[in-house]
Design a protein around this ligand. Structure first.
Ligand code: FES
Ligand code: FE
Length: 355
């Protein structure tokens, strides 16, 4: 499965951050579709093709006028439903050409993001219980373009066994390469999964490490949740410091080989996004992310390999095998077809056959 799988039109994908619309219309490409996203003056958000039907100017280069988007070229205006409401060159009361209308794309706002679904969505958004919790501050990382498939990013995000290698420069412990056994729980009728795991990591973010009050190596509990197709949440609880940090990642398929990552941290140890500790938390997480991206952008394929027999798995990959099974089954379920070759019974035997 690659980013250009047409079945991905049946899911919500992030178009942009909601705050980005404060400065006017924004361009976003989702599954190869170039869109303009705008917040109209009545507060509603609209998504339309980013191509004026007149001479194909980009509406994202235009502006919002009241409850309409105005094209930058000849000033044609489009309302939130895509209807062309004015052709200034013809005068105020002139009829607009019947082919001047645009087809809107369905949108919704959640988690500080604007989401679009090109076709009827087949799954709800990821739930994030701590999003509105007291004492939690959202710290956004820069939106990041990556030259890898969305599923490959999620696969890496859920992967536990890479920490001692890819992240040896940040939190990974080279001398603890073993992954302890862990369980994977399917959730939301097969649209999600949950994994809990407790382990030791380096915690250079803890200021008490530098003063010698705390050891560098500390226990933390992780809880992963994933939602089809490309949303994931990782809740981290550091036992010694009481710091809670939820990392949310949402990856949008831009085109066949590129993706756009939206990432936010929900921290209980900072007072505002401007707090210097918030900035250093974002910088640390971005270093971690960069370690992953260096590797992901060098993968030999941009295809996720839903056909699991093409790759080799071990029991340390239990959650990412389950990711393949659930994602594959959900995509196949869209057509009303039975899940394919990898069903729930295949996974245990696959694991048993491997070390
Ligand atoms: Fe948009 Fe002419 S190209 S109004
Ligand atoms: Fe990683």
């Amino acid at each position: 499965m690659a980013n250009d799988d047409p079945r991905l039109r049946r899911y919500w994908h992030v178009a942009c951050r909601a705050a980005a619309l404060d400065d006017g219309p924004v361009a976003a490409t989702v599954l190869g579709e170039e869109l303009v996203i705008a917040r109209l003056d009545d507060g509603t958000v609209t998504a339309l093709p980013d191509r004026c039907p007149h001479r194909w100017a980009r509406l994202s280069d235009g502006c919002v006028r009241g409850a309409e988007i105005e094209c930058p070229y000849h000033g044609w205006r489009f309302d939130g439903a895509g209807r062309c409401t004015a052709v200034p060159a013809l005068g105020e009361d002139a009829a607009v050409p019947s082919r001047a209308h645009l087809e809107p794309v369905r949108t919704t706002e959640a988690l500080g993001l604007v989401w679009v679904a090109l076709d009827e969505p087949a799954a709800p958004l990821l739930e994030v219980p701590e999003w509105d919790a007291d004492g939690v501050v959202a710290v956004w990382l820069p939106d990041t373009d990556l030259s890898a498939g969305c599923a490959q990013f999620v696969d890496n995000f859920l992967d536990i066994a890479h920490f001692p290698f890819v992240h040896r420069g940040t939190f990974g412990l080279e001398d603890q390469p073993e992954t302890e056994p862990f369980a994977v729980e399917d959730t939301d009728g097969g649209a999600g999964l949950r994994v809990r795991y407790r382990h030791e990591v380096a915690n250079p973010e803890d200021p008490a490490v530098a003063t010698g009050e705390h050891p560098l190596v500390q226990f933390r509990s992780m809880e992963y949740t994933w939602r089809v197709p490309f949303s994931a949440r990782l809740r981290l609880e550091y036992e010694l410091t009481g710091v809670e940090n939820t990392i949310l990642v949402f990856v949008t398929p831009v085109d066949a080989t590129s993706s756009r990552l939206f990432c936010v941290l929900l921290r209980n140890d900072v007072t505002s996004p401007e707090d210097p500790r918030a900035r250093s938390a974002a910088e640390f997480e971005y270093r971690v992310l960069t370690e992953d991206l260096v590797l992901l952008e060098r993968l030999a394929e941009r295809d996720f390999g839903l056909a699991v027999t093409e790759q080799v798995h071990t029991r340390a990959d239990r959650n990412t095998i389950e990711l393949r099974r659930l994602l594959g089954a959900h995509l196949e379920g869209l057509d009303g077809a039975a899940p394919g070759a990898l069903d729930a019974h295949t996974v245990p035997s696959l694991l048993e056959a491997t070390p």
